[in-house]
Design a protein around this ligand. Structure first.
Ligand code: NDP
Length: 339
């Protein structure tokens, strides 16, 4: 439940809570309605921006005070008045309230994606909110459409072990790019260099970003997949090549700051003819089928490695705070067992 607009980092138990209320599973459903039991819920950094007063406008809707968060989830249809489209037992993916059960009316149900062979294809259901969900789509469309990569180019990605970053780096390797990532711990560094086969990486908490970029990418940066903003962006601008592309996906280092970091060398964008382009995953909604066709086999065959950090429903507020502090290792998901 979104209880209070946070000041700085959200406080579990105060700004976000987990609560219990009654739900009538025997209720009569309107024609076309279904009841979805939420199984896996995606906790995402952009939720911080949604924890704001309702009157403040932004690209994603503010959470409603006193109501559950809403976001991407995978659930199972447990009751249906439209058994042709949504047989009981079918697995759906969509944007729903973060509660154990949701009644979904006919109109809204049209926005849900039924994952046809979900129970047979061997892919864990949780991955449909991560590598095969919104974060995977963000990586895919951001890198391919905004980054316009060409074989042999260099790619730097920040927050490289996370849901988006790990996918970006692995897709980059498959496209024949030289890939370097930055992360916040030694474990994460080992993961991206040894398991994901990034060409190199560094721990930005212990090493200087500008120096590392110059050392690991002496040929300069052709593409930067921007997830963190702040000083990292400044260090990148000091190391970009002419006609580089900066894919402005997110700036997590700034989400809890009262005063944003002032990047001092923006003039490099002019001097190096850099294309600095922001994007939202929702811009590519109509192209999602392409994503599923291309990326599902890669995940299924293990050609894209997936790491998840799965927590229990009760721990969601603490886990969300942890996401904003780099405590998650892999895509953060929370799980509600089918009762
Ligand atoms: P991650 O799984 O990468 O988790 C967030 C990670 O960010 C943390 O684990 C931490 O890793 C890193 N981080 C946290 N605080 C800081 C900081 N102050 N400085 C540097 N790094 C920090 O999250 P996602 O993959 O889900 O999201 C990655 C980015 O993509 C975010 O900026 C998000 O807002 C953005 N996004 C944008 C979308 C769009 O449509 N444009 C859609 C989805 C996501 P570490 O330990 O390595 O520091």
């Amino acid at each position: 439940i979104f209880k209070k607009v946070p000041e700085g980092y959200p406080v579990p138990g105060k700004d976000l809570t987990v609560e219990t209320s009654e739900f009538d599973l025997d209720q009569k459903l309107d024609n076309g309605s279904i009841i979805v039991h939420g199984l896996f819920f995606s906790l995402d950094p952009y939720f911080r921006g949604r924890m704001r007063p309702a009157e403040v406008k932004s690209y994603s809707p503010a959470f409603t005070l006193g109501q559950p968060l809403t976001g991407h989830q995978v659930g199972e249809v447990v009751k249906s008045s439209d058994t042709d489209k949504f047989p009981v037992g079918s697995i759906v993916y969509g944007f729903l309230p973060f509660q154990q059960y949701s009644v979904v009316d006919k109109n809204y149900a049209a926005s849900l994606r039924v994952i046809k062979d979900a129970k047979e294809n061997g892919i864990p259901l949780s991955q449909y909110v991560g590598a095969l969900g919104m974060p995977g789509q963000t990586a895919y469309f951001g890198l391919l459409r905004v980054g316009t990569p060409k074989k042999g180019e260099t790619l730097f990605v920040s927050a490289a072990s996370g849901a988006v970053g790990a996918m970006v780096g692995q897709l980059g390797k498959q496209l024949g790019l030289k890939v370097v990532g930055s992360v916040g711990s030694q474990d994460k560094l080992d993961y991206i260099t040894k398991e994901l086969n990034f060409d190199a990486g560094f721990n930005y908490k212990e090493q200087d970003t500008k120096e590392q970029l110059a050392k690991l990418l002496p040929e300069g940066i052709d593409i930067y997949f921007e997830n963190v903003g702040g000083e990292t962006l400044e260090a990148v601008l000091d190391n970009v090549n002419t006609k580089a592309r900066i894919i402005a996906c997110g700036m997590i280092s700034q989400y809890n700051e009262k005063e944003p970091y002032g990047v001092k060398n923006l003039m490099k964008i002019v001097a190096k003819s850099v294309r600095f382009e922001g994007f939202l995953v929702g811009n590519y909604r109509d192209e999602n089928e392409e994503f599923y066709e291309k990326v599902t086999p890669l995940v299924k065959e293990g050609k894209i490695h997936v790491k998840e950090d799965i927590v229990d429903f009760d721990q969601a507020p603490e886990a969300f705070l942890g996401l904003l502090q780099g405590k998650n290792f892999g895509k953060l998901v929370y799980f509600q067992a089918l009762k």
